[in-house]
Design a binder for this molecule. Structure first.
Ligand SMILES: [Zn+2]
Length: 155
C-alpha cells in the first residue's frame, strides 16, 4: 500500500503524528507534490501518514480540532479537496452522502459495511471486470473502481 510516505521515509511505530520530525517529513512531502505546507495542511496531512487509512471528513475534523482548536471545519474540508486534487489522497463515495478519504492512492476496490461503517481494501487482482459497455469513439478507460456494499447481517 502507498501512503504519503514511501518506503524510505516510513516513520517508526512509536512516532506520533505530532512529532516535530514527522511534521517536517509531511511538510517536505506536501512541498514535493506542489502543495504549500501551511501549519494547518501539515496537521491535516499527518492524519493520513502513519498508516494507510480510510477516514471520514468529520473524523478528521474531530482529530485535527483536538490538536489545534484554531482549525475550522471549512479549512479541513478545503484542505481535503486540495489533497485530492493533488493526488495525495483519494475520495471514495460509498453512497448516501457518505464519503471516505483514502491515503492509499494506488488502484484498488473496496468493501463497505454499513453496519460497522468499515471500508476495507480489495486488491484489483482479486476482481475480474468483464463486459464493460462500449466507450465513446476514441476514448479509453482510465480506471474502474468498485464499491461492494454489504447488506445488514440476517438475524
Ligand atoms: Zn482504500
Amino acid at each position: 500500500m502507498t501512503t504519503l510516505l514511501n518506503k524510505n521515509q516510513t516513520v517508526g511505530d512509536s512516532a506520533s503524528k505530532t512529532d516535530v520530525g514527522v511534521l517536517a517529513d509531511v511538510a517536505a512531502l506536501l512541498r514535493e507534490r506542489g502543495v504549500s505546507p501551511t501549519a494547518q495542511r501539515v496537521l491535516i496531512a499527518a492524519e493520513f501518514l502513519l498508516e494507510p487509512v480510510h477516514l471520514c471528513a468529520e473524523e478528521i475534523v474531530e482529530s485535527v480540532c483536538l490538536s489545534d482548536r484554531t482549525v475550522s471545519r471549512a479549512t479541513v474540508y478545503n484542505t481535503l479537496k486540495c489533497f485530492v486534487e493533488h493526488g495525495l489522497i483519494r475520495q471514495v463515495n460509498v453512497g448516501a452522502d457518505r464519503v471516505f478519504y483514502d491515503s492509499n492512492v494506488t488502484p484498488h476496490h473496496h468493501i463497505f459495511d454499513p453496519e460497522s461503517g468499515n471500508l476495507t481494501d480489495v486488491e484489483t487482482s482479486r476482481v475480474n471486470i468483464v463486459g464493460l459497455p462500449r466507450l465513446p469513439e476514441g476514448r479509453e478507460v482510465e480506471s474502474v473502481e468498485i464499491v461492494i456494499r454489504l447488506k445488514p447481517p440476517r438475524e
